[in-house]
Ligand binder design. Structure first.
Ligand code: BTN
Length: 257
């Protein structure tokens, strides 16, 4: 089990990780974070597990969570952010993590809209944002982060990679976690005040895997093809269709063509 004192000693911020619930094995850290939210846990509460038996990915997919990775959920209460504004948060957190990977390892980590982290065209991590709302106002968000850190690729899904595999050596997972939490808290504090991504747009677009590429986007009822022109201040992906029209995507699966 990750030791909470070890995590806390490197945290600089006041919010993320002020309460830590650490487990050996769990179904999903998301579910525990939702339960804690209902019982009044404060913003920044962190739930972390060494392994998950029922890790949840986006679009109802399973998320393999063997020992060696960082699997955690954070409780956030961005009171003034509406449901649509929350989509920017996912890509912002992806940026916070990509930045730490780049600074700490010099590996070219990229963000794959809307919620993935990639290295060398292979997935290294993902973010799952689940919200609970009252009418249109958000009550809270459970932000789940999964990063393949010291995992062997043989224990991961086909096409996935880990930091250990890309670096050729293990890293200190808890030091890395503390750095991510610090970076996330700094970015989140700015986002929470202005409710959009404008201060981060250049960095997000520069580190985007899909921007500038020809892509196919799978939407709920159809697929579209075009050029990914950029990510806007709400976290939407702008696709230029063949006829020159720009389509704003709020969600979808993107394939590079
Ligand atoms: C995705 O890429 O589909 C998102 C994956 C998110 C996985 C993390 S691991 C910690 C947290 N608990 C879960 O059950 N899922 C998220």
């Amino acid at each position: 089990m990750w030791q909470t004192e070890e995590i806390k000693k490197n945290l600089k911020g006041k919010i993320f990780g002020r309460q830590i619930h650490s487990f050996n094995e769990l179904g999903s850290t998301q579910d525990i974070a939702h339960t804690l939210a209902s019982s009044g846990a404060p913003e920044g509460t962190l739930v972390i597990a060494e392994t998950q038996t029922y890790g949840k990915g986006r679009l109802g997919k399973r998320w393999l969570s063997p020992k060696g990775g960082l699997w955690f959920s954070l409780l956030l209460t961005p009171i003034l952010v509406s449901l649509s504004q929350a989509s920017g948060l996912t890509i912002l957190i992806a940026l916070s993590i990509a930045r730490v990977i780049r600074n700490e390892t010099q590996i070219n980590a990229l963000i794959k809209w809307p919620n993935d982290l990639y290295i060398n065209n292979k997935k290294i991590g993902g973010i799952l944002t689940e919200s609970s709302s009252v009418e249109v106002a958000l009550k809270y968000i459970v932000l789940g982060v999964g990063i393949n850190v010291n995992n062997d690729v043989s224990s991961l899904p086909f096409g996935a990679t880990s930091l250990k595999h890309e670096l050729g050596k293990e890293i200190l997972a808890l030091d890395f976690l503390a750095k991510i939490l610090v970076s996330m808290e700094e970015d989140y504090s700015i986002f929470k005040n202005i409710h959009n991504l404008s201060p981060f747009l250049n960095e997000i677009n520069e580190l985007s895997l899909v921007v500038g590429k020809q892509v196919k986007a799978q939407l709920p009822h159809k697929s579209i093809e075009g050029y990914a022109r950029g990510i806007d201040e709400h976290g939407y992906l702008l696709i230029e269709l063949k006829d020159g029209q720009i389509q704003r995507l709020t969600a979808g699966e993107i394939k590079l063509l």
